[in-house]
Design a protein around this ligand. Structure first.
Ligand SMILES: NC(=O)C1=CN([C@@H]2O[C@H](COP(=O)(O)OP(=O)(O)OC[C@H]3O[C@@H](n4cnc5c(N)ncnc54)[C@H](O)[C@@H]3O)[C@@H](O)[C@H]2O)C=CC1
Ligand SMILES: O=C(CO)COP(=O)(O)O
Length: 334
């Protein structure tokens, strides 16, 4: 019988999503190098086969996964580099790498955020910084919380790339007993939607924290879908079905699930926490906090009608009281 070599994958990130993706990938024939920032976390995983800081119930298979804390070692002799750190920290994580480290590899972004310093999508930033061609890049999208992957709950991912072969190959890698995958080509559409649904989750959480109910939430989310459509159509027009799971599905899971980082952060803000105290309360990162600033800045050029984004921005960056901002927003929703 012919033995096939395992696919070589580098996972960059030590948080919940990186840990969940390691679990999914380990179901297939892979050899993973897992880069983590913290020496203590890496040492713990080597010794106990669990991430001590995130999803610590997930068993790490030491035959398939080797941990390391040196990014240059992590990206050597690999076929795929998966980026799974919050967007604000991706530049830090990749410090010391040059375009040569990315040559002839596929780069997969699992990140749902914007690069705060440049207001760029992660894939645009990677392309520009490391001279990576669009055909080497894919994005992991879809409504999928790491916590449910840990529990092996049935989940769905969409893998988008401008290169159909790349989307197919990554879909195959991520398909397993409890995850179904679909390849797609709307890389910018799914990336922008993933960024914007985090802003809506903040709004959803803020209004929850303020005491608004399910009736309001439903109207908020349906208005949010229209806002996302207006923005994405303005910035990257393309025929796309926004009712698909990579778009509407992702918005729904994040706006309603108690697992959502962004919704949790928003709820704390709605209850009266300061931004610093809400951040300190969570061991996790709410991408929407950074994304709302970037999307607000980009929209200064496009002038799309974005009342939900504007309300969240005013609360987080202009010190407007959540109750007043949401009162004004609610008057305009239909
Ligand atoms: N958690 C999930 O269910 C999903 C997350 N994602 C995306 O995956 C990306 C990673 O998110 P999560 O794994 O959820 O993160 P997380 O919130 O679980 O963990 C925080 C991560 O940020 C890192 N971090 C925290 N402070 C840092 C600092 N000062 N410098 C450098 N790194 C620091 C931590 O090491 C850890 O990797 C995000 O873009 C998120 O939107 C996408 C789909 C699902
Ligand atoms: O994007 C995610 C799930 O699809 C994770 O983000 P939240 O945790 O904020 O919902």
């Amino acid at each position: 019988m012919k033995l096939t070599q395992p696919t070589r994958i580098t996972m960059v990130g030590g948080g919940s999503w990186a840990t969940a993706l390691i679990k999914i990938l380990s179901e297939n024939n892979v050899a993973i190098k897992w880069w983590l920032r913290k020496e203590t976390d890496a040492a713990h995983i080597k010794q106990f086969n669990h991430n001590p800081s995130y999803l610590s119930d997930v068993q790490i298979n030491p035959k398939k996964v080797k941990v390391c804390t040196k990014i240059r070692d992590a990206v050597k002799d690999t076929d795929y580099i998966v980026l799974a750190v919050p967007a604000a920290f991706v530049a830090d994580a990749l410090t010391g790498l040059t375009p040569e480290h990315f040559a002839e590899k596929r780069i997969i972004s699992a990140i749902k955020g914007m690069i705060p310093a440049t207001n760029q999508l992660v894939t645009d930033w990677v392309s520009e910084q490391y001279n990576v061609s669009p055909s080497q890049i894919a994005v992991i999208a879809g409504p999928c919380h790491a916590e449910e992957v840990a529990l092996e709950k049935q989940s769905y991912l969409t893998i988008a790339s401008q290169d159909a072969a790349c989307a197919e190959a990554v879909s195959d890698l991520l398909r397993c007993r409890f995850v179904q995958t679909t390849p797609g080509d709307d890389i910018y559409g799914v990336e922008y939607c993933a960024v914007m649904k985090n802003i809506v989750a903040l709004a959803s959480g803020i209004t929850r924290g303020l005491g608004y109910g399910d009736n309001f939430q439903a109207v908020l989310v349906s208005n949010a879908m229209q806002e996302i459509r207006r923005f994405v159509d303005a910035i990257y027009p393309k025929h796309r079905d926004l009712s698909g799971s990579a778009y509407l599905g992702d918005l729904l899971v994040t706006a309603y699930s108690p697992f959502s980082r962004n919704r949790t952060f928003g709820t704390l803000i709605g209850r009266g926490y300061t931004i610093q105290s809400a951040q300190a309360e969570m061991n996790m990162i709410a991408e929407g906090y950074y994304a709302v600033k970037s999307i607000h800045a980009i929209n200064q050029r496009f002038n799309v009608d974005m009342p939900i984004t504007n309300a969240v921005y005013s609360i987080l960056y202009e010190r407007v009281a959540p109750s007043g901002a949401m009162n004004r927003l609610s008057a305009g929703l239909r």
